[in-house]
Design a protein around this ligand. Structure first.
Ligand SMILES: [Cu+2]
Length: 138
């Protein structure tokens, strides 16, 4: 294939020019292939989303337990308010400008993480209550 291209090309141009053209053509093909591979990976990630597991974070004595959590992509995190009387919220300030709704003892809040990253959150009414969810690709 390359030899045929080289032969055709050589009929009118210098060898160096022809090799350059063939090289650039090859590079473009490699780039197209890597884009395709990325696309396949993305599709795989979508499949994983539907098979996501659930992880629970407890809210007790004005703290998120565990405070930091690492989960694979597609996981649904469920916060349960385990206080006796106190309401709280789970507010991802960088994702939502509007403060999240409060939830009361024995109530839950859920969020499914579909993109890898480090997600910091806090409780709306209690600024000192902070937590982090780290979402990994696998
Ligand atoms: Cu709170």
């Amino acid at each position: 294939m390359i030899l045929i291209g080289l032969k055709n090309c050589l009929s009118g141009f210098s060898l160096a020019f022809c090799l350059l053209v063939l090289y650039l053509g090859g590079t473009t093909w490699v780039q197209a292939e890597s884009v395709l591979i990325e696309k396949i990976k993305e599709e795989k990630v979508e499949v994983e989303q539907t098979t996501g597991k659930k992880v629970t974070v407890e809210i007790k004595k004005f703290a998120f337990i565990p405070e930091e959590l690492t989960v694979p992509i597609g996981t649904t995190v469920r916060w349960i308010n385990a206080e006796k009387r106190q309401y709280h919220s789970v507010w991802f300030e960088s994702l939502d400008k509007e403060e999240a709704d409060y939830f009361f003892p024995d109530e839950t809040y859920e969020k499914t993480f579909t993109k890898p990253g480090i997600y910091h959150y806090r409780c709306g009414p209690h600024e000192r209550m902070k937590g982090t969810v780290v979402v990994t690709v696998e």
